[in-house]
Design a protein around this ligand. Structure first.
Ligand SMILES: Nc1nc2c(c(=O)[nH]1)N[C@H]1C(S)=C(S)[C@@H](COP(=O)(O)O)O[C@H]1N2
Ligand SMILES: [Mo]
Length: 516
């Protein structure tokens, strides 16, 4: 019971040194080799689809930070236990530290892009943590043994004071080492970005087929509703990458293989040699809730998928294109849809800039009309022509639909839910989307009254969302506004509410506001 708190602190400090040193070594190796990140990535991969769905909803965009913090808290708790154990049984303490080292090693080794050097941060961190635990134990062990031998009065009084000071000095040093190495490692990992430097050097080609100019009234400009084109900085991001995969454009290659006449390996320069198109396409995540924020519209630039595949000669029996990213994600795209004449492309540009690193630099897929999880592979490096019968990609093996056409949806952007408005004429506005089918109509209903047609913005592209506005005479009281869309094929957005898992959310978006 004696010295429990200092022993627990010693264990936690030893773990902090291990994690901090590992972060520093990972900066020299590569960010993905940090054991903390690898454990987080392994947890993400092991999480079943519906649970992950819940997590994304619960944590919002902070899910990655929440995950890493959770792992750190668990680690601290276990490390405290190891610290207590180590006071009397140093060997078992070391076994505990070694156990943690093994968890890190196993997680790092389980990563799809694993290389042997990736083990270095886990190994060096474990050794540093073990040494720290032994060093921190020394002043504690003396204090404890002094407590255990009350027959010796000198031991009881004198060393206890010295030990407390000794513990504070060693413990303080450990805290500083852990904090400094961890912070330095994180900063260095951020500075050393191969991709960011490569991206700055990229000069985008002029499109051989530019996007048609946006109609003057594609953007209604209603205050409170977003812009028609989503700026790159505010474009939603959904992926499993705890650290952004880094690949320089100069070193990038794409291998096309599987059910093809001849395998190909293409460079970034090879892509630039193909006809380059520019298209306005809305990208949507299947995890998007009714009324959610996981979609955005950009001007994408790059060669068409069919031009890339033409050189390989695709076997007509191949019904699935499995794209792999440099961090091992697999995304299975239905070949029939991607090659039916729509503007499926390998994007290298986004809104006039080279593809941002978080959005897949140097190259990603964009297929209008399919949710991102089955089409929009970022950090693309490999493309295999196969069948749905032969292979389940990442999300499909976690229970999501084999492939998902984007469902017709609409969203009220203004007024905001639960807001308070002055009575009078108020614009109710938002977006509606049904990529590749287009939007034919949007209706608004106030308090369960009749559905009334909204005014539509000009359609910029069948593959992009469409803004709408409905001028509402707001009277004092609480009111509920609902919206629904009809797509270009004449299908009405269904009322029935369903969760995003496994095929995408359905239902009408409603907001309740108070007037007066
Ligand atoms: N390599 C990789 N590509 C990926 C993902 C991923 O986790 N890893 N997520 C997909 C999902 S689910 C979506 S919705 C889109 C999101 O693209 P964005 O982050 O550029 O908006 O990327 C897709 N491509
Ligand atoms: Mo997604």
């Amino acid at each position: 019971m004696r010295a429990l708190a200092p022993a627990a602190i010693a264990g936690t400090l030893a773990a902090a040194v291990a994690v901090g040193v590992a972060e520093l070594v990972a900066a020299a190796v590569r960010p993905e080799s940090a054991p903390l990140v690898a454990v987080g990535a392994a947890v993400i991969d092991a999480t079943p689809g519906p649970v992950r769905e819940f997590a994304v909803r619960g944590f919002g965009t902070a899910d990655k930070a929440v995950l890493l913090s959770g792992i750190l808290v668990l680690l601290a708790l276990f490390a405290a236990g190891i610290g207590v154990l180590a006071v009397d049984r140093p060997r078992w303490g070391l076994v505990g530290v070694g156990g943690f080292g093994l968890v890190g090693v196993a997680a790092v080794a389980s990563r799809p892009a694993f290389r042997l050097v990736d083990l270095l941060p886990s190994v060096v961190g474990t050794v540093a943590g073990g040494l720290m635990l032994l060093r921190l134990r020394r002043p504690l062990a003396v204090a404890v043994s002094s407590g255990a031998e009350p027959s010796d009065p000198v031991e009881v009084t004198e060393p206890a004071a010295i030990d407390r000071r000794g513990f504070l000095v060693v413990g303080g040093t450990a805290a500083v080492v852990a904090g400094a190495s961890g912070a330095l490692g994180r900063i260095w990992q951020g500075v050393r970005t191969v991709a960011a430097r490569s991206r700055e050097a990229v000069r985008l080609p002029r499109p051989t087929s530019p996007a048609p100019p946006l109609p003057a009234r594609a953007d209604l400009g209603v205050p409170g509703a977003g812009p028609f084109l989503t700026p790159n900085a505010s474009f939603y991001r959904v992926d499993t990458a705890l650290v952004v995969p880094e690949r320089a454009a100069e070193r990038w290659t794409l291998t096309v293989h599987g059910m093809v006449d001849r395998s190909l390996t293409l460079t970034y320069q090879d892509l630039l040699g193909l006809p380059i198109v520019e298209r306005v396409v809305t990208l949507t995540c299947i995890s998007n809730e009714v009324g959610g924020e996981y979609l955005g519209t950009a001007r994408w630039l790059g060669p068409l998928l069919r031009d890339v595949l033409a050189g390989a000669g695709v076997d007509p029996a191949a019904d699935q294109i499995v794209c792999r990213s440099s961090d091992g994600m697999t995304i299975g795209t239905p070949a029939r849809i991607a090659l039916d004449g729509r503007d499926a492309m390998l994007a290298i540009g986004m809104n006039g800039e080279p593809l941002p690193v978080e959005h897949g630099f140097p190259v990603r897929m964009v297929v209008p009309g399919l949710y991102g999880y089955c089409s929009a592979c970022k950090w693309l490096v490999d493309m295999e022509l196969t069948t749905f019968g032969a292979y389940d990609a990442y999300w499909v093996s976690r229970g999501w639909a084999r492939f998902g056409p984007v469902l017709t949806q609409s969203r009220v952007d203004t007024p905001a839910a639960s807001s308070r408005l002055a009575p009078g004429r108020v614009p109710v506005a938002g977006v509606a989307w049904a990529q590749h089918r287009g939007i034919a109509g949007v209706e608004v209903r106030v308090d369960g009254g009749p559905w009334q047609p909204a005014t539509l913005a000009d359609q910029a592209s069948l593959d992009a969302w469409r803004q709408w506005v409905f001028w509402w005479e707001a009277s004092p009281g609480r009111h509920t506004l609902a919206v629904r869309a009809t797509d270009g094929a004449g299908a009405l957005q269904p009322e029935r509410r369903s969760a995003p898992f496994p095929s995408g959310a359905t239902g009408w978006h409603t907001v309740t506001v108070t007037v007066g």
